[in-house]
Design a protein around this ligand. Structure first.
Ligand code: AVJ
Length: 320
C-alpha cells in the first residue's frame, strides 16, 4: 500500500495531519485531481478568507450582514425566548452578535472542528455577553454529534450563515440538513444563509478579485501541503482559475499547472500535464425555489425567506 508506506515514512506529528495527508494523496491521485476546500482554513487561510469578505467584489458577507441587520426584528420575532442557538461552524463572531443583540437567546453553542478557534470565539463572546451561557462543542458538524446536556430543555435554533452550504454537493447539502434536523430535534428552527444565482459577471468578479486575494487563498492550500506534508509545490508554476459552471449552478475554483511538472509530497510523486487542474472548491448558488425544495426534501419547511433589494443573497427560516 503506497499511501500507508508514505505516511509511515513521514513520522507524522498528529492525527489531524495524517488525515490531511491521506486526503491530499488520495485526492491528488484522482482524475481530475482535487483537494477539499476544508483544507483552505489554516491560520493564514482563515486570515485570507477574512480579507476576501472585505473585498469590493465579494458581495456575500456584507449582503448577508445587511439582511440580518435590516430584518433583525422579524428574525427575533420567530426565535423563541430563551432558545439555545447552535451555530454550525465557528467563524468571525460578527453575524452571531447580530442575533445575540436582537433576540432573547438563552445559550449559545458554537460547533467547530477547530478547538483553538472555538476557544477564542467563545472567550470573546463571554466577555461581551457576560449573561450568556456559551457551550462550545469541538466536532465535525457534517457528522452526527451530541448537544450539551445543559441545553436539553431549551427550544433549539440552528444557525448556518455564510452560504457554507454552497460548498456541499447537492446530495451532501440534503444529508447535512437532515442530520441538523436530527440533532436539533422536532420543533427546532434553523436560520440559514444561502447565496443566489445572479449575473455571471458579478459571480465571476467575486471569485476573481482585482487585488488577487482569492488567488492567494486558493494557492495557500499548496503552501499548507508544502509546510505540513513536506511537499515541494512551486507556487509560481500554478495559477488560480475560477469559473461559473452554468449547468451545475456553481462557481468552481481550480489551480492550473502552468507546465508539465512532477511534485513530491510524503514520498509520493504527482505528475501534472501542462494546463492540468486541481479542482479545489465548488460554491453552489441557489434560486429561492431550488433552496426551498432542498429544505423540503430534507425534512424542513421554509417558513420565511429574506433577500436584499438586489436579490443577491438570501436568509431563510426553516422549521423542523
Ligand atoms: C465560505 C464557502 C461561502 O464559497 O464564497 C470565497 C469561500 N472561496 N472565495 C464561498 C470562498 C473563494 C466561500 N464560502
Amino acid at each position: 500500500n503506497v499511501h500507508a508506506t508514505a505516511l509511515a515514512e513521514a513520522h507524522l506529528p498528529d492525527e489531524q495531519t495524517s488525515v490531511f495527508a491521506r486526503d491530499a494523496i488520495d485526492d491528488l491521485s484522482q482524475r481530475p485531481k482535487r483537494l477539499s476546500p476544508k483544507y483552505f482554513y489554516d491560520a493564514t487561510g482563515s486570515e485570507l478568507f477574512e480579507a476576501i469578505t472585505r473585498l469590493p467584489e465579494y458581495y456575500p458577507t456584507r449582503t448577508e450582514l445587511s439582511i440580518l441587520r435590516d430584518r433583525s426584528s422579524e428574525i427575533a420575532a420567530i426565535i423563541p425566548k430563551g432558545a439555545a442557538l447552535v451555530e454550525f461552524g465557528a467563524g468571525a463572531t460578527t453575524k452571531v452578535r447580530l442575533l445575540l443583540e436582537n433576540c432573547a437567546i438563552g445559550a449559545y453553542v458554537p460547533v467547530d472542528i477547530s478547538g483553538d478557534f472555538l476557544k477564542v470565539q467563545a472567550d470573546a463572546l463571554r466577555k461581551d455577553f457576560p449573561e450568556l451561557a456559551v457551550y462550545p462543542v469541538a466536532a465535525d458538524f457534517t457528522a452526527p454529534f451530541a448537544l450539551p446536556a445543559a441545553i436539553a430543555g431549551m427550544p433549539k435554533v440552528g444557525f448556518f450563515p455564510g452560504s457554507t452550504l454552497g460548498n456541499f454537493e447537492p446530495h451532501e447539502a440534503c444529508a447535512f440538513l437532515r442530520s441538523a434536523r436530527e440533532i436539533l430535534g422536532a420543533g427546532a428552527q434553523m436560520i440559514i444563509g444561502v447565496d443566489l444565482e445572479k449575473d455571471e459577471r458579478v459571480l465571476y468578479e467575486a471569485y476573481n478579485d482585482a487585488a488577487g486575494v482569492t488567488a492567494r487563498f486558493n494557492l495557500n492550500v499548496l503552501v499548507r501541503i508544502n509546510r505540513e506534508l513536506g511537499g515541494n509545490f512551486d507556487l509560481s508554476a500554478f495559477s488560480h482559475r475560477a469559473i461559473y459552471n452554468r449547468e451545475r449552478h456553481r462557481i468552481e475554483m481550480h489551480l492550473i499547472s502552468k507546465k508539465p511538472q512532477t511534485v513530491r509530497m510524503l514520498g509520493t510523486s504527482i505528475a501534472f500535464r501542462a494546463g492540468e487542474s486541481i479542482h479545489t472548491e465548488n460554491s453552489y448558488k441557489y434560486s429561492l425555489e431550488r433552496f426551498s425544495a432542498l429544505a423540503r426534501g430534507s425534512g424542513w419547511t421554509a417558513v420565511k425567506s429574506w433577500t436584499d433589494k438586489a436579490g443577491m443573497f438570501s436568509v431563510h427560516a426553516l422549521v423542523a
